[in-house]
Design a protein around this ligand. Structure first.
Ligand SMILES: Nc1ncnc2c1ncn2[C@@H]1O[C@H](COP(=O)(O)OP(=O)(O)OP(=O)(O)O)[C@@H](O)[C@H]1O
Length: 627
């Protein structure tokens, strides 16, 4: 048997394209060839189970072998094999609808994945690294003749009689000069670890030597002996392929360790398992993240029938769940198409919705089953839940029952519980509920104390997502607004009808205002006199809630740059009902008035950490002279 011919594609220069333009991730050649080999063994298994093959199935296996001297990589399998006609059909006639379309598309394609999968060029990715490729194969069919195909990367091929005596296929790559990095055991092991670690058929790559216990020596010390065995690089039944009922917690934890050897133990996990209307399995883990936004994203690995595809799962997993770890395996995700196509794909949308629902259900289940355990995990999962609450309507709908608010006493409340708790004390004169919060409990302590004295509760909102969370709460909760505790003096935070009457005459108000305006020369500070409780501080420095939020947003790049450019503006609230004000009015001495006003103002700044540098020194000196 000898035949020469031309590979039937209409575009002569397909190989240069494959080689040159798809160069960047050329390591996927191994993924493609090993997957083909696995497919061939799986087909064999199917034929056998369907009764269409009655011979010996044997132990199905794929082997990757490296010959460093000959600079070849051989991928062998004992799958269905091919006869010469099948080679012609499957290999020579590259099965894509049109070479013209291919030529068009390759220009747009961002990576080799897009091209290779889209056009069924898996096998031809071999030419990214080899200048000569051989197929040596024997079909499983009775009486089949072994066949050998060779091609040097031009469109010329040759088919001759093969040398295989057992069922299956060897693909032999003669690695080209530019790709010698692949003539390395370590490199191949790395690639196999990345793409083939969970393939369903054992993949052998060379041998390994293990030291196993071998009794004791004369002195009674344990003895070891070297045992050489096949180096099987994969686990053929990873946990996501098993039924949850077969698995124990240890199995999930063990698998997590395998995936992320350097991570802390996960908090809990969700086993995904659907087969209608799409196919998807997987395990998603909730890692410990604390209040840290700098953790690594892209920790979810995407597989298609146990072949690793990518760890970029954007669009498939909702944005807020990108913080999760784990694996997703689905043959229904179009793996090789462009991003915009992926976004519009209806399966992808369904998968996204399914994952969101599963995660929400799991959280709800833990919350209901063991509130205490849920609260203990809150510092870790709070970020996910709030992120989802803010960014995903469907999740929001479910999360409203298990998102928690934490106050300065470290007590946790659901939204409903909190509403009940504060309604009596924190409803203003217009029937609006006002929730108070602090983002820096230490710095805002004096404000928190004043609010607490009035019987108000203060929430802690100090995680990176809380800015958005606060706005979202305002949108979702009825007749409720949120105010940072330092947005105003405690008396004014929640407007009530029972404001204390002023003890000052209009004249006195003007007089006191002038004293303070003269004493406070710092730019951006505006003096206002208010009649507050006599036991409130004499002077309080506040920043308007609206203004502050706009500035915060500008800082986070929220497009409010107009506000970001405005100078900081503070309100200096002087408590007209405080004893100190009577003292200022009583002494006619302008110098003493100024001293007292400055001292009270500095104390207000000091309590908020706003007094620094020369001003702080001046304050200390003044204080010393006053005692
Ligand atoms: N090791 C093998 N054993 C038996 N048949 C094979 C083997 N490798 C390739 N083939 C045959 O050659 C065909 C073409 O393979 P190729 O990798 O180019 O495309 P594909 O596997 O059909 O699609 P893709 O790899 O893009 O998912 C396969 O469908 C299969 O019929």
């Amino acid at each position: 048997m000898q035949e020469k011919g031309t590979i039937s594609i209409h575009t002569e220069n397909i190989f240069p394209i494959i080689k040159k333009f798809l160069y960047s991730d050329n390591e996927i050649f191994l993924r493609e060839l090993v997957s083909n080999a696995v497919d061939a063994t799986q087909k064999m298994k199917r034929l056998s189970s369907l009764g269409q093959y009655n011979g010996e199935l044997g132990e199905l296996q794929v082997e990757v072998a490296l010959d460093e001297t000959a600079k070849t990589i051989t991928i062998s399998d004992n799958g269905i094999g091919m006869n010469a006609d099948e080679i012609k059909k499957y290999i020579n006639q590259i099965a894509f609808s049109g070479a013209t379309e291919f030529m068009e598309k390759f220009k747009e394609a961002k990576d080799a994945n897009e091209i290779i999968g889209r056009f069924g060029l898996g096998f031809y990715s071999a030419f990214m690294v080899a200048d000569q490729v051989e197929i040596n194969t024997l079909s499983y069919q009775e009486g089949a003749e072994p066949a050998r195909w060779t091609c040097d990367g031009s469109t010329e091929f040759e088919i001759t009689e093969g040398t295989r005596t057992t069922r299956g296929t060897d693909i032999i790559l003669h690695i080209n000069k530019d790709s010698e990095e692949f003539v390395s055991k370590q490199k191949l092991q790395e690639i196999l670890d990345k793409y083939a670690k969970f393939l369903p058929v054992p993949i052998k790559f060379g041998e390994r030597t293990d030291q196993v216990p071998d009794g004791e020596d004369e002195e009674g010390k344990p003895k070891y002996m070297s045992v050489v065995s096949d180096n099987i690089i994969n686990e053929t039944t990873p946990i996501w392929t098993k039924a949850p009922s077969e698995l124990k917690d240890e199995d999930y934890l063990q698998f997590y360790k395998e995936l992320y050897p350097f991570s802390e133990e996960p908090l809990f996990w969700i086993h995904l398992n659907v087969d209608y209307p799409f196919n998807l399995t997987g395990v998603l883990y909730f890692p410990k993240v604390k209040n840290d936004f700098d953790f690594q994203r892209n920790k979810i690995k995407l597989f298609s029938r146990q072949v690793f595809i990518t760890d970029e799962v954007k669009d498939i997993v909702p944005e807020f769940l990108m913080l999760l770890h784990g694996v997703i395996d689905s043959p229904d995700i179009p793996l090789n198409v462009s991003r915009s196509f992926l976004q519009a794909d209806s399966n992808v949308k369904k998968i996204n919705t399914y994952i969101t629902k599963k995660v929400a259900d799991k959280l709800s289940e833990i919350f209901k089953a063991d509130r205490k355990a849920y609260e203990e995990k809150w510092s870790d999962i709070g970020l996910f839940v709030k992120y989802g609450y803010v960014s995903d309507d469907k999740f929001n709908e479910k999360a409203k029952d298990f998102v928690l608010l934490t106050n300065t006493a470290k007590e946790n409340y659901t939204l409903n519980e909190y509403k009940e708790k504060v309604t009596a004390a924190q409803t203003d004169k217009d029937g609006q509920l006002v929730y108070l919060y602090t983002n820096e409990p230490e710095k805002q302590d004096s404000f928190i104390q004043s609010a607490t004295k009035k019987g108000y509760d203060v929430l802690v909102m100090n995680s990176p997502i809380d800015n958005h969370f606060v706005s979202q709460l305002e949108q979702k909760l009825e007749k409720t607004s949120l105010k940072r505790v330092d947005a105003d003096v405690a008396d004014k935070l929640i407007k009530k009808d029972d404001a204390p009457a002023t003890v000052l005459t209009d004249d006195q108000v003007t007089q006191v205002k002038t004293v303070f305006e003269k004493a406070i020369t710092k730019p951006g500070f505006k003096v206002e006199l208010e009649s507050l409780n006599p036991d409130e501080l004499p002077v309080t420095v506040t920043m308007d809630e609206f203004m502050r939020r706009m500035k915060d947003m500008a800082q986070m790049g929220g497009g409010m740059s107009f506000y970001g450019n405005l100078p900081d503006n503070y309100k200096v609230v002087v408590n007209g009902n405080h004893k100190l004000i009577s003292r200022i009015l009583e002494t006619g001495d302008e110098n003493e008035q100024a001293q007292l006003a400055k001292q009270a103002f500095d104390l207000a700044l000091l309590s908020q950490g706003l007094l620094t540098g020369a001003e702080l020194t001046e304050f200390v000196n003044r204080s010393v002279s006053l005692i």
